[in-house]
Design a protein around this ligand. Structure first.
Ligand code: SF4
Length: 362
């Protein structure tokens, strides 16, 4: 296929739907987890669930970067925003996420300097344009985002910029998948793997899923035909009894990924343990700034007092991110908690499961 419209083609989607139903006939109930928030949104927006047979269930996983960022990170960003000489720069989704007792949106309304940017390069430019201010970029996200944030730190060092910092809370996708499998809370039949993360890290890095866990996996792009094609691959793997990691997004993902992006990522960052909302501390699942780039690490270089973390006990974002509950299990969903008045991050983010349920229906 050559053009993007072909990946929406109704006839092709219907044919894939028929193939999936035929392959799944007579099988016991199957639960596939889409690890990535972009998949969650695409599945809802395109009505993919309605094209699947009753014995196939799709579960959302921990792949929305805003949703898995813990409260203490947001509280630190809020504390930094209260420093007179600091400008906070961030992607838009982070602004409305509630921290323990405030949010960046509330702080902005109180006059703090908080600016939405489209890339860390914009944040670096802001630092160059405001030499008397300290500009902090909120560096969250998975391997998709990491190289571009790493590039901004590398660039800041190359240009000897002294007022640019990144507050890092990057996450790595594979340790989270392992944590979900090792926790044994779900009886999963396969994983729909994220197309954009895989574009950076490649296909072969997931081989452990088949080799160690014998669980089917398929890398998918984000259009309806991509997703249905990957689901068909998963059902076929279940039927054949042989798990593999199939690359169903070959127009973007290569075996070893994007080596130039990986080189930049490992030049600036090294692996560390990190905390995930709803899952807790996962060893080796995060990144921290390497020694040679510490001057750009907001955590190291800007001291600030951060309030003690409080969570809203009624919000079940954590369980939703582990796939053990859905938004419909939350007493606050759609009433107290809406996109206009979000109680937890899963209702804020454009990739959040609660936002998807609210917008498109459960
Ligand atoms: S509906 Fe709101 S309160 Fe409930 S889990 Fe989702 S974000 Fe949290």
């Amino acid at each position: 296929m050559k053009y993007i419209d072909e990946y929406y083609e109704q006839k092709l989607c219907s044919r894939l739907s028929v193939d999936i139903k035929r392959e799944a006939e007579g099988l016991e109930a199957l639960s596939f987890m889409e690890v990535c928030g972009t998949h969650t949104m695409s599945i809802f927006r395109n009505g993919i669930k309605a094209l699947l047979p009753d014995n196939i269930r799709l579960l959302s996983g921990p792949g929305c970067p805003v949703c898995v960022t813990p409260n203490n990170y947001i509280d630190r960003a809020i504390a930094l925003s209260r420093l007179e000489d600091v400008i906070i720069t961030t992607f838009g989704d982070m602004i409305k996420v509630p921290g323990s007792s405030s949010s960046l949106a509330e702080e902005k309304a109180r006059g703090r300097n908080i600016i939405t940017v489209y890339s860390p390069t914009d944040a670096l430019k802001l630092a160059l344009d405001n030499p008397g201010r300290r500009v902090v970029f909120l560096g969250i996200g998975f391997e998709t985002t990491v190289p571009v944030v790493a590039a901004s730190i590398w660039d800041a060092k190359a240009r000897d910029v002294s007022n640019f910092f990144v507050l890092v809370s990057h996450k790595l996708v594979n340790p989270a998948i392992r944590a979900i499998l090792d926790a044994g809370e779900l009886n999963l039949s396969g994983f729909l793997l994220p197309g954009h993360v895989s574009t950076i890290i490649g296909r072969q890095i997931y081989d452990y899923l088949a080799d160690e866990y014998s669980i089917p996996a398929a890398i998918a792009g984000f259009e309806p035909v991509d997703i249905l094609g990957a689901i068909l691959s998963l059902v076929k793997q279940v039927n054949s009894g042989k798990a593999s990691v199939e690359n169903c997004y070959k127009r973007s993902v290569m075996e070893e990924g994007n080596k130039a992006a990986q080189k930049l990522m490992w030049e600036v960052y090294e692996v560390c343990d990190t905390e995930w909302r709803g899952i807790g501390m996962i060893p080796g699942s995060g990144l921290k700034v390497r020694e040679g780039y510490r001057d750009y690490d907001a955590l190291e270089r800007i001291e600030v007092e951060v309030e003690k973390t409080k969570e809203n006990p009624a919000c079940i974002c954590g369980e939703i991110l582990r796939g053990v509950k859905t938004p419909l299990d939350c007493a606050l969903f759609g009433g107290v908690c809406t996109p206009e008045n979000p109680i937890g991050p899963c209702m804020v983010s454009s990739e959040g499961t609660c936002a998807a349920y609210y917008k498109y229906g459960g």
